[in-house]
Ligand binder design. Structure first.
Ligand code: 4GX
Length: 243
């Protein structure tokens, strides 16, 4: 999988692609990336990438020319590559979208700044417009990083067998259970004794119950009945009946 990022702030991505599990995947060759500075494709003495909006109004709009030339400069894996614009007007990004995007050979991510990009670029060259959530960022860079992070960890080999992504209870539409590590007593608070019992059947059941409890309390919208086993239904009935 290759991620190509088009941005006027290329340095925001150097540490991002170097560190953590993504950095390891890049070093081992599972993931490749390219960073293209849109400003390198700007013209004139001032290398302007933005201009005033036709029709007036506040703010600036990214000029079409530099983005067009930056896109053209990217080496395309033709029919296996997708050009994505990050914007609040896009389709909301979620785990299902992350899985779908992980099947492409190359994702080309266009990071807008200011009030956005010229509509003619969006119409002619953008395959998908994606939003990471209902809030306003100051640019598409952090949104692109979020997408790369979520998609990158789904590429086979990136998690390095440490733990399969399918083990995440989020993949089943549930929130994760609480985690504890040493010491057993911290500021007078003890680790739930079941986790020290060595009884793996009881531990699995306790964790499942805590996942269901959290999901019910915090994200009842995630509780899609069809993904719940008979055991889950029983635990949920019990949770709703008592404490
Ligand atoms: N999820 N922003 C992009 C500028 C912009 C506007 C329109 C292209 C078209 C955001 C989000 C987000 C703020 C990034 C506006 N670029 N991106 N930027 N939420 O808020 O993705």
């Amino acid at each position: 999988m290759k991620f190509d990022v088009l941005t006027i702030f290329p340095e925001m991505f150097s540490a991002f692609f170097r560190e953590g599990i993504l950095g390891r995947a890049v070093n081992s060759g599972i993931i490749d990336f390219g960073i293209t500075n849109i400003r390198d494709f700007a013209m004139g003495k001032h290398k302007a990438v933005d201009d005033r909006p036709y029709g007036g109004g506040d703010g600036m709009v990214m000029k079409p020319g530099p983005i067009y030339r930056a896109l053209k400069s990217v080496d395309r894996a033709d029919d296996r590559s997708l050009v994505i614009l990050l914007s609040p007007q896009g389709v909301r990004f979620d785990q299902a979208t992350a899985w779908e995007l992980s099947g492409w050979e190359q994702l080309i991510l266009v990071c807008g700044r200011y009030e956005g990009i010229d509509e003619r670029i969006r119409l002619a060259y953008i395959d998908r417009e994606i939003s990471i959530g209902d809030y306003i960022l100051s640019g598409g860079e952090v949104a692109a990083m979020t997408l790369v992070d979520a998609v990158g960890r789904l590429i086979p080999g990136v998690l390095g067998g440490k733990r399969s992504n399918l083990e995440d209870s989020f993949e089943e539409g549930l929130l994760e259970y609480p985690q504890f590590t040493r010491p057993r007593v911290f500021q007078g608070k003890v680790v739930p004794s079941v986790l020290l019992s060595g009884d793996h059947g009881k531990i699995r059941l306790w964790r499942r119950r805590e996942s269901l409890r959290r999901t019910l309390e915090r994200r009842p919208d995630l509780l899609k009945k069809d993904l719940l086993s008979n055991e889950d239904e029983a635990i949920l009935a019990n949770l709703q009946g008592g404490p």
